[in-house]
Design a protein around this ligand. Structure first.
Ligand code: HEC
Length: 121
């Protein structure tokens, strides 16, 4: 479906077609999913909604969007230990502890796993 529309755009305009090869911006469906998705575990959900969702659930932030495989795959490749370290110390626009000062490593790991899980769309 997506490749068909890209092919049509490519025929219409070479400059427009470059938008299709950019895989980093999430689709409307993923943005929609991220807006409302929450972890199943109630405790993880509570922390997610309180601390992470404002940035990771919103397509307007630089944060990798919840459920956006393209955004999370390269980050997951760094390994969970590196990601946990970056959450604790902060990285780029990501504040230390993701604003959850009382979260422990297991909670962060559950939150990361949830956010990196491909959107159910
Ligand atoms: C104020 C906004 C904000 C909040 C709140 C926030 N994040 Fe982030 N997060 C970001 C941004 C922006 C990035 C991208 C940082 C970069 O790579 O430059 C990011 C990146 C990450 C990454 C990837 C780090 C890496 O090494 O690639 C993880 C993991 C993460 N956030 C987890 C969390 C968790 C867990 C929470 C909640 C406890 C949280 N974030 C809350 C903005 C936020």
């Amino acid at each position: 479906m997506k490749s068909v529309s890209c092919a049509i755009l490519a025929l219409l305009s070479i400059s427009l077609s470059s938008g299709c090869t950019k895989t980093s911006s999430p689709s409307e469906e993923v943005i929609e999913y991220a807006r409302s998705a929450t972890p199943e575990n109630p405790e993880t959900a509570e922390v997610y909604q309180r601390s992470c969702m404002a940035c990771h659930g919103s397509g307007t932030s630089d944060a990798p969007l919840t459920g956006d495989t393209n955004a999370w795959q390269p980050r997951m490749k760094k390994g969970m230990d590196t990601l946990l370290n970056n959450v604790v110390s902060g990285t780029g626009g990501m504040p230390p502890y993701g604003l959850c000062m009382d979260c422990n490593a297991a909670e962060f790991q559950a939150l990361i796993t949830f956010m990196a899980t491909p959107a159910q769309i």
